[in-house]
Design a protein around this ligand. Structure first.
Ligand code: ADP
Length: 487
């Protein structure tokens, strides 16, 4: 919004033009200064002496420069302070306008909970602050232009007086009066041009400062250079070795001393209370974050040493807060990979979305969501099935499903469970769910509590142990028994 490379180049062009104008005028101004007066005595004779003239010109140039430098530095300081104060408010305003007022999904909550007045109150308040901000910026620019304009006018008036003194003292002819005044005006104009573009450049640099600082920062995310071996047999083994982790900007340990090997082609379930760290475990596994302590290895080598994109190729993930885009349905499924209609339909069927997609007006070419013309909205459950189909389409050796059936109806959920073995055949799968019954499909269950792995084993083993897992199982199971009817 505030410039960019084009404005930087344009500013340098303006600065150069200003300097050239000054240089062109300087020759004539120097000649004017050097001309001696024909009168020998009196104030005029003294005022028209070459050294007095030179001193006068230098003095005026200094005054003009000081005025411009003062105005410029003050305006830069104000601009920076203004911007710093204002950014947070502008973010809040754009959040309210784009993500709340402009959101189709938010409309339900806004209506049901009568949020209109509260939202309009906030929008009006921030809008007012925004107006004041831009008003303040305009005031600053107006003041700056006024002061520098007056300084230039003062210099022009002084130029006329200066040349008039030289003419009256007989140093130059009356005929050359306008020529010399023109040279002085050109000198001050060149200086004004130089200083205007210099101010503009400084202002762009103020805006770009944060961006340049960010770009200049060292990338602390390990890139890695080892290629990941492409194995058709899916023989990849991943191990968490004493991994601890806290999110950037917080010191609260989310995972502590986690040791866990993902056995190849096994079905692993992660269970635990909300906030226990299961999703964080998956994020570390997919290398979206790096461990604070400890290492995660792939076939014995620290995953940070592998090429990042190649490592991520190993995972097909359905996150709890999965995202579908306002693109044609097939693009949501194929994502970054080539369109293969047969494979798209196969995976839609596996995810239980085949029938629903066949019923759409343009099948897999149907545009998702009504925020674009001709798009269709899908229900939460249908969206979840599409996200599942996307993960399967990738055909990666690891499949991670974080609450993949939370939005599904019981029949669809049962269908997903039934086809679960087929979906993850020959793959290593990780399954996060609060529906304990679904964990029975898994070979191995890891129980998280407060960032630590507290239990691990098969369903039968953990039930028999009577620990955390058994507690969660029993808490849910009682609602499926007749006993609960009397409670
Ligand atoms: P679970 O999947 O077991 O419900 P999560 O791994 O999502 O738990 O979250 C574990 C903890 O990490 C929670 O206390 C949550 O608030 C915190 N957390 C999750 N994401 C972030 C984040 N991006 N920044 C800071 N804290 C986070």
């Amino acid at each position: 919004m505030y410039g960019g490379l084009e404005s930087v180049v344009d500013s340098y062009h303006g600065i150069l033009a200003g300097l050239l104008n000054m240089a062109a005028a300087l020759g004539l101004v120097a000649a004017l200064c050097m001309r001696r007066p024909s009168v020998q005595e009196g104030v005029l004779a003294l005022a028209a002496q070459p050294w007095v003239s030179a001193l006068t010109i230098v003095l005026f140039a200094c005054i003009l420069s000081v005025i411009h430098v003062r105005i410029n530095s003050q305006s830069m300081k104000n601009t920076k302070a203004y911007l710093q104060d204002h950014t947070g408010m502008e973010l809040r305003l754009s959040y309210l306008l784009d993500r709340v007022a402009g959101s189709f999904n938010a409309a339900k909550v806004v209506r049901i909970y009568d949020m209109k007045d509260m939202l309009m109150g906030n929008i009006t308040k921030y809008n007012q602050q925004s107006k004041e901000f831009y008003g303040g910026m305009c005031d600053m620019t107006r003041t700056k232009n006024f002061v520098s304009g007056r300084a230039n006018s003062f210099f022009v008036v002084c130029s006329y007086l200066f040349v008039a003194v030289k003419v009256l003292a007989g140093a130059v002819s009356v005929g050359s009066f306008t020529q010399y005044v023109g040279a002085l005006t050109k000198l001050s104009g060149g200086f004004g041009q130089y200083s205007w573009f210099n101010d503009r450049l400084s202002q762009i640099i103020t805006y770009m400062g944060d961006f340049l600082e960010l770009m200049g920062r060292e990338n602390c995310h390990a890139g890695g250079s080892i290629p990941v071996e492409k194995r058709l047999d899916g023989e990849y083994e991943i191990e968490f070795k004493d991994v601890s982790f806290h999110y950037p900007g917080s010191q609260d340990m989310i995972l502590e001393h986690v040791n866990c090997r993902l056995d190849m082609k096994n079905k692993l379930a992660l269970v635990g209370k909300n906030g226990a760290g299961k999703t964080t475990f998956v994020k570390l596994l997919c290398r979206l974050y790096e461990p604070t302590d400890g290492v995660i290895t792939l076939n014995g080598i620290d995953i940070r040493r592998y090429r990042e994109e190649e490592y991520r190729e190993l995972f097909g993930v359905v996150f709890q807060d999965f995202k579908l885009f306002s693109f044609p349905l097939w693009q949501n499924l194929a994502a970054g990979y080539a369109r293969d209609e047969k494979k798209i339909w196969e995976n839609l069927e596996k995810a239980g979305a085949g029938e629903f997609v066949k019923g759409l007006p343009q099948g897999i070419d149907t545009l998702l969501f009504k925020d674009k013309e001709g798009g269709v909205d899908v229900s939460g459950g249908e969206a979840q099935k599409l996200a599942l189909a996307r993960a399967l389409y990738k055909d990666a050796p690891f499949v991670v499903l974080d609450e993949p059936t939370a939005a599904l109806d019981p029949i669809s959920e049962a269908q997903v469970y039934e086809s679960f073995h087929e979906m993850v055949r020959d793959k290593t799968s990780i399954y996060i769910s609060h529906r304990m019954s679904s964990c029975r499909f898994c070979d191995d269950i890891v129980v998280f509590d407060d960032g630590k792995i507290v239990e691990r084993g098969s369903h039968e083993e953990l039930l028999a142990a009577g620990g955390c897992y058994a507690g969660m199982w029993n808490a849910q199971a009682k609602y499926y028994t007749e006993d609960c009817a009397g409670e």
